[in-house]
Ligand binder design. Structure first.
Ligand SMILES: [Fe+2]
Length: 377
């Protein structure tokens, strides 16, 4: 049994001082800030840059990056070619999960020769990525603390990753001010993503005590703070959601995702459903499937949620409050053609995720699940 955690993470009141003392003299020379165009001009990002630049004594050159919701290997190669020209000594990455993944890919390619596709898979990155500080502007993927960076192959439309021990970012900084005022849909999708990570980390047959403990706490934080945060500018609530997503990311890193995570990939690549909504829409159906077949592991989550109703009932209530869609009709994935496509893609690409469900799950069960998520409103 093992527990992985490799990224030094800074949060709370002393975050900038702690980051400053950790950096010490480890980073010298000129770096580059890769910042999502969606946030590059925000006051919160400007504040963050000035805080971080105090350590370096001068401004960090900024490159605004326009990020596709699912970055591709080609986009990574283009950006890496650009950044290789200035060969920065470190990368400060500020953005959502897709921007962080893209920046992690660039940091890998600054230390390893060749093209992005050369490193597609697990453990193919030979040299540790260039030093980077990951600063998430959404609370969802947990990419700031994990060893994965996901990309879509443009030709095959298959989503795969550049993954392994040399892909962990060295530093992460959690700044809740960056989340305040996020577009509701973006924040909700991210929140659902983190919920999927945490719940499936608990129910995974490979769950370990430390991963489960993190996931239980993550579910408590997300379910408590997300409904408040989505309707307020209150930094404490956003901070709670952010910590929940971070812990969920660590839990997922140590306890592989199940059906909702697995099926969310073809749903995302084929119908352009944001990753968080894809997994989030599937999740209650998986919880119901497992609970009605006698799985009791979700009970671990009930005391933290402060109710003696079943976890499934509580998730149903939460989804009602958050107004989460219950099917994929908004994205045009309805009826037999969608079901057929998703069945084929899931069986070809993601059937391994079936092994991470606590109750046996087969092709017929997938079929029933797809009928539920592809029903019309
Ligand atoms: Fe995810």
């Amino acid at each position: 049994m093992r527990f992985l955690a490799h990224t030094e993470c800074f949060f709370g009141k002393s975050r900038y001082d702690d980051l400053h003392s950790a950096l010490g003299n480890t980073i010298t020379g000129t770096g580059i800030a890769l910042i999502d165009t969606a946030v590059v001009d925000s006051a919160a990002v400007r504040d963050l840059l000035s805080q971080v630049e105090i350590h370096f004594g001068n401004a960090i050159p900024v490159s605004a990056v326009s990020v596709l919701s699912e970055p591709t290997y080609d986009q990574l190669d283009d950006l890496a070619a650009l950044v290789r020209q200035s060969d920065p000594s470190f990368i400060l990455a500020i953005g959502g999960g897709s921007l962080l993944d893209l920046a992690k890919g660039v940091a890998v390619l600054l230390e390893n020769p060749g093209l992005a596709r050369d490193y597609r898979g697990m453990g193919l990155v030979k040299k540790e990525l260039r030093t980077m500080i990951c600063v998430p502007t959404t609370a969802g993927t947990g990419s700031e603390a994990t060893w994965t960076a996901s990309f879509i192959d443009d030709q095959t439309r298959i989503k795969l990753g550049i993954n392994g021990p040399n892909v962990f970012p060295k530093y992460a900084l959690l700044e809740p001010a960056l989340l305040v005022g996020s577009p509701r849909k973006v924040a909700l999708s991210a929140g659902l993503d983190s919920l999927v990570h945490a719940v499936e980390a608990v129910s995974s047959p490979l769950a370990t005590p430390p991963a489960t403990a993190l996931a239980v706490k993550a579910v408590a934080l997300i379910t408590k703070h997300l409904p408040v945060a989505l309707n307020s500018e209150e930094e404490d609530s956003w901070s709670g959601v952010q910590m929940g997503a971070y812990l969920a990311g660590l839990a997922m890193l140590n306890s592989p995702g199940g059906i909702a995570s697995g099926v969310s990939y073809p749903v995302g690549t084929q119908f352009h459903v944001p990753h968080g909504f894809a997994g989030g829409i599937i999740l209650p159906y998986v919880i119901d499937f497992n609970t009605t077949r006698g799985y009791r592991g979700y009970e671990l989550l009930n005391p933290e949620m402060g109710s003696n109703r079943t976890f499934y009932q509580q998730i149903e209530e939460l989804y009602g409050i958050l107004n989460v869609p219950r099917n994929l009709s908004e994205w045009g994935a309805t009826g037999e053609p969608a079901i057929r496509t998703l069945r084929e893609l899931t069986l070809n690409q993601r059937s391994g995720s079936f092994n991470y469900n606590p109750i046996p799950f087969d092709e017929a069960d997938l079929n029933s699940l797809l009928h539920l998520i592809c029903q019309a409103d």
